[in-house]
Design a binder for this molecule. Structure first.
Ligand code: AMP
Ligand code: MN
Ligand code: MN
Length: 332
């Protein structure tokens, strides 16, 4: 992990950021814990160095993250960012994941990408892309330590959030020794693991269980149990007053079924588009499938958003066919 190439990219990233006065730190749409953590911990760290970073995400903040320090400092696209001299994109594999902040790239603003997705398209001027890290939050820890930022309890807590959530609370295949040593270091500096787990995992409204009941009713197994599929149409989300991006964990429960290698969960938004979450347990590479549909991610966790012009069910059937084919070619 400290090989020459990734070390020098870290150095170049630090020096580009050090030269900037008012960087915008931008995460991805449909933000997860790693995105919120990376945007906030980088911004807090830079404030400590006297750099006036502006944390931004072009999407509402999911309710499970509301209790974390400085979350309310995150601005959306309504914030005037015309004075910025650098765009720092974190945890985002493609520029369209920035939402409307993508226009800053198109206008030619200097940019640096800090990300751990294998499918990253290297859309920045400088791209520190390192899939060997479990989370972008781990990269931010390396960067801030390199920049000699003094950690306090709040920064340690916010930085820990991304490592915990992107590893499924230290369970996924991306977990290696560095994950534990980085998490331990953040705990030593004041992060409270029980607080993070409680905020993220144990503050659900009962409506989440009702929504899960609808999703379980829609569950189907295919390919002799190798593939699990479920979905929620927009009317279910409306019925329980939950936004589709707030119901993100169910696909992992589908993957947890003993026979399942590939899990698919689709949620429909109010405009007839659907977000597809894909998971695999071992060797099946879902990021390839997601890329075929214009998305991306990692080998065992990927996703894409699809305009269902031919209807929601047809889009789901099309995806299933692609997965069936890939499974067959793997087993022939
Ligand atoms: P999700 O199923 O939404 O939790 O996403 C799983 C993984 O795929 C995460 O690492 C996301 O960053 C990535 N991902 C999800 N949607 C997209 C997309 N539209 N484009 C690129 N990557 C995505
Ligand atoms: Mn993310
Ligand atoms: Mn991530």
């Amino acid at each position: 992990m400290t090989d020459q190439s990734s070390f020098s990219l870290l150095e170049q990233t630090a020096s580009m950021i050090n030269r900037s006065k008012t960087p915008v730190v931008c995460g991805h749409i449909m933000p997860d814990g790693d995105c919120i953590s990376s945007v906030l911990s980088l911004s807090i760290g830079l404030w400590k160095l006297g750099i006036q970073a502006v944390p931004t995400i072009d999407w509402p903040i999911p309710s499970e993250f509301e209790g974390f320090p400085c979350v309310h400092n995150i601005s959306d696209f309504s914030r005037d960012v015309s004075q910025t001299d650098l765009l720092i994109c974190v945890d985002s594999s493609t520029k369209d994941r920035l939402g409307r902040f993508e226009t800053l790239i198109d206008k030619g603003l200097p940019s640096v990408v800090i990300d751990h997705h294998t499918t990253n398209t290297m859309f920045g001027e400088l791209n520190w892309v390192a899939p060997e890290y479990s989370s972008t939050a781990q990269m931010i820890l390396r960067l801030l330590k390199f920049m000699k930022v003094d950690y306090d309890e709040e920064l340690a807590l916010v930085n820990y959030l991304g490592i915990a959530t992107d590893t499924g609370f230290f369970r996924y295949s991306t977990v290696d020794e560095t994950v534990f040593s980085d998490a331990a270091e953040l705990v030593r500096m004041g992060a409270d693991p029980a607080f993070v787990a409680r905020q993220v995992l144990e503050r659900n409204r009962v409506e989440f269980l009702y929504l899960k009941r609808d999703a379980i009713n829609n569950l189907e197994l295919h390919q002799s149990g190798l593939v699990a599929v479920s979905y929620l149409r927009n009317d279910s989300f409306v019925k329980y007053g939950i936004r589709e991006d707030e119901f993100s964990g169910f696909v992992n429960e589908l993957r947890a079924i003993d026979t399942v290698e590939v899990a698919i969960f689709a949620s429909e938004d109010d405009k007839g588009n659907a977000h597809f979450s894909l998971r695999s347990k071992t060797s099946f590479d879902v990021s390839k499938v997601a890329q075929d549909f214009g998305g991306g991610g990692h080998k065992n966790a990927a996703g894409f958003t699809h305009t269902c012009s031919e209807g929601f069910c047809n889009a789901l059937e099309e995806l299933l066919q692609v997965i069936r084919k890939q499974l067959q070619s793997e087993h022939s």
